[in-house]
Design a protein. Sequence first.
Length: 309
Amino acid sequence: MPSPEEFSCTCDTGLGWVFGCSRTGAAHVRAHRPCEDSYALWSGSAGAQPCIAFAIADGHGDPRHDQSRTGAALAVDAGIAELVAFHRSYADGSIPRQQFRAGFKTDFPRRATRHWRELVVQDAGGRTLPPAPASPATGQDQNFTRYGTTLITALVVHDSILVGQIGDGDLLLVMPDGSIDFPLPRDPVLAGNETHSLSSPDAHLLWRTATLDRGQGGIILAATDGISDSFNGAESEEFSIFIHSLVDRIRTYGTEAVAAAMGSWLDRFSAIASGDDMTLVWACINPEEQTPYKPRPKANAPVSAGQGW
């Protein structure tokens, strides 16, 4: 798991670049608690077909989920592994595009959930855990509850963007014309601070997925809920202004300069607003037919670690 004090990036020059940053929330710092978010980035190819994959997770953090920090780290490991495995299984080009997309909707949630549960069982069996908090669950179900976490994933391939989510957090696509699309519908069952979880007994049925055309490219962002909670929710005007400002800065100063300043910005949002851990991953996706893009931040760009939004 990347350190909360650092950002990381990965790329494929034909598809684009992806950056991630995770920060310990102000409330967690005051309580001497670690960051319970996690993220992972991956780029590579299979069958000469490149892909970019990323995942972010938000451990639940309350006493019933006392191992959720580890649960989040295992979730992004499972998510990336299954995204890459899914890509490789279709990379030879023998599977029609429609079947590829349908397979993601039907197969990926089941495979990612199962992989996470296997990792939880392995972790719980490989070390001595403290006594379990009071919980109505028993046996393996109790361990899954202790490791409870959300998960958001995205896979970018030559003509498609495939996204999946279980639990809260935000995933959105900013089109080249500046319009913002939320490809995953809100879950009408959830209210307030409730969220679905990989630890739910029927977790594989609680995923939301979508397949998008890569088309003209754009910027896809995924964030744990600590960020949108600092802006009165993902559908608020304040959050829209934040997203457009972020995209404008990326286009003006370059992805690397914005990434270098992101940690301080997230620290500031957490300190003055939600207090929660914050993780943001964004991928600059090239159009299908565009010459490969390489980020080139402006010299002396006025984006500094202490700059406010």
